[in-house]
Ligand binder design. Structure first.
Ligand code: NDP
Length: 457
């Protein structure tokens, strides 16, 4: 068989771009197809612009706290169009950087949607066709607008929220996951009246319960109104904004409804099933530990496989694929101890098992907790608490989970993840000298467990 390329990658996001560049560095002839902007969700309408908006929102606290430290702060005002334009400039720069990196690696960028026509062939929307020894699906995911109620299409997803033409003074957010709580925190600090409606009793299902309840309290303190166990039942356009009927009988008038009820893998209309690629029930490409799909020449990495839907994971999967297939170094990913952060204010940083998970998998646990007022709050006067928790296996002292709520929790989770990955015990934490005065020093100065948990007989 003759091929035009060794590899065609479909989707130039974090995972696809990394795979393409590494494959090319191993000597492969590579093309990458992208129908939207190069960079994918993370760069264009995910992690990067989100973090920029988080940083923008935190200036409110800076201005307020500064007075306690002797600063006299004049009138402050926030201008939404300035932030949107500045964000746009930065993501355009980053997208250009991605394109330049692909070009300098020798990867050909094809600006068109690609559809598979057989296990080795692709048709591009510009009419071109090409054959490749391998095809990598890295198309990511897209927001799901749920629940299916009349008027849900009047809501926006995280794709649109960044570029709203006008700042939403009254915002209803539906959902209680990462995206919902992050935007609730951002928009409340930027000055919006935010209501957060979710179907559970607390946001962030799957996170440690002690973090969930403390985050919910902190968001309430920041002015976010919580509607736990309540969802919209109907949305209509009214003279004063969007009229929303809620399941508890309440009616709200808002400027915008952000629907953040999860994401689905983007596998529709790619020709995957027709060429024999097995999809999971939710549409994700089913892959093995080497990211290989049910067709030998086809692989998939990142959110389209719905394994651990985080950018650094997609990048590792892309790298492992390229090293395995083109670098003669078979590589698989260890997903254990994948740290993550939720960029609310206060922030969450977490790695390892939650208390419930640890209890289900291990025997008795020692729970170490620290709760304290950060030094900054002493002069700012802000009612703010940092919370830290270590979950320790009572039988051998291994630290199974570390959970942090407070400033820079994401930064701390990154470093503590190294220790957990290396199998650190509580005595390793204790033997580590503190850096004083920091918040992180509390991680190595927790002396006595606050609780001993035993699995139920
Ligand atoms: P999540 O899966 O985190 O949360 C979805 C939320 O929507 C949950 O509260 C869920 O409720 C709720 N929900 C789902 N279906 C329905 C329904 N039919 N009716 C009502 N509520 C519903 O998704 P997100 O959209 O917040 O984020 C998507 C993914 O993006 C995340 O899983 C994460 O991988 C990634 N991400 C990571 C970030 C980070 O690392 N900081 C930031 C943003 C996104 P319930 O819990 O009850 O099921």
């Amino acid at each position: 068989m003759t091929f035009d390329y060794d590899l065609i990658v479909v989707g130039a996001g974090s995972g696809g771009a990394r795979a393409a560049r590494v494959a090319a560095s191993h000597g492969a002839k590579v093309a990458i197809a992208e129908e939207f902007r190069v960079g994918g969700t993370c760069v264009i309408r995910g992690c990067v612009p989100k973090k920029l908006y988080v940083l923008a929102s935190r200036f409110r606290d800076e201005f307020e706290d500064a007075t306690g430290f002797g600063w006299r702060v004049g009138d402050v005002a926030f201008d939404w169009p300035t932030l949107v334009a500045a964000k746009e400039k930065e993501i355009t720069r980053l997208s250009g950087f991605y394109e330049a990196a692909l070009a300098s690696s020798g990867v050909e960028l094809i600006r068109a949607r690609a559809t598979l026509t057989d296990p080795n062939s692709v048709r591009f929307a510009n009419g071109r066709t090409a054959r490749a020894r391998y095809i990598l699906i890295a198309t990511g995911g897209a927001p799901v607008l749920a629940p299916h109620i009349p008027g849900i299409e009047l809501g926006v997803s995280s794709n649109e929220i960044f570029d709203l033409p006008e700042f939403p003074q009254r915002l209803l957010i539906v959902g209680g996951g990462y995206i919902a709580v992050e935007f609730a925190s951002v928009f409340a600090r930027l000055g919006a009246k935010v209501r957060l409606a979710y179907r559970a009793d607390l946001p962030l299902r799957g996170f440690d319960d002690d973090l969930r309840s403390r985050l919910a309290d902190a968001l309430k303190t920041a002015g976010v109104e919580h509607r736990a166990g309540v969802l919209p039942t109907r949305i209509t356009k009214g003279a004063a904004g969007l009229e929303v009927e809620m399941s508890d009988g309440a009616s709200l008038t808002v400027d915008c409804v952000l629907v953040a009820t999860g994401r689905r893998p983007l596998t529709q209309n790619l020709g995957l099933e027709a060429v024999g690629v097995n999809l999971r029930e939710n549409g994700a490409v089913a892959v093995d530990a080497h990211s290989r799909a049910s067709v030998e020449s086809i692989y998939a990495v990142g959110d389209v496989t719905d394994r651990v839907n985080l950018t650094p994971v997609a990048i590792r999967e892309g790298q492992a694929f390229a090293d395995s297939v083109f670098g003669e170094t078979p590589t698989t990913i260890n997903y254990e101890h994948t740290p993550s952060a939720v960029f609310t204010t206060p922030e969450i940083g977490t790695v390892g098992l939650t208390e419930c998970e640890a209890l289900a998998r291990h025997g008795a646990l020692d729970i170490y907790e620290a709760q304290f007022r950060p030094l900054r709050a002493t002069l700012s006067g802000r009612a703010e608490r940092v919370y830290m928790k270590l979950i320790v296996d009572n039988s051998n002292g291994r630290v199974l989970g570390a959970h942090i709520l407070g400033p820079e929790a994401g930064e701390m989770a990154q470093l503590v993840a190294i220790a957990l990955r290396m199998g650190a015990t509580k005595s390793d934490f204790d033997a580590t000298m503190a850096v004083h005065p920091t918040m992180a020093e509390e991680l190595v100065t927790m002396r006595a467990p606050s609780r001993l948990l035993r699995p139920q007989a």
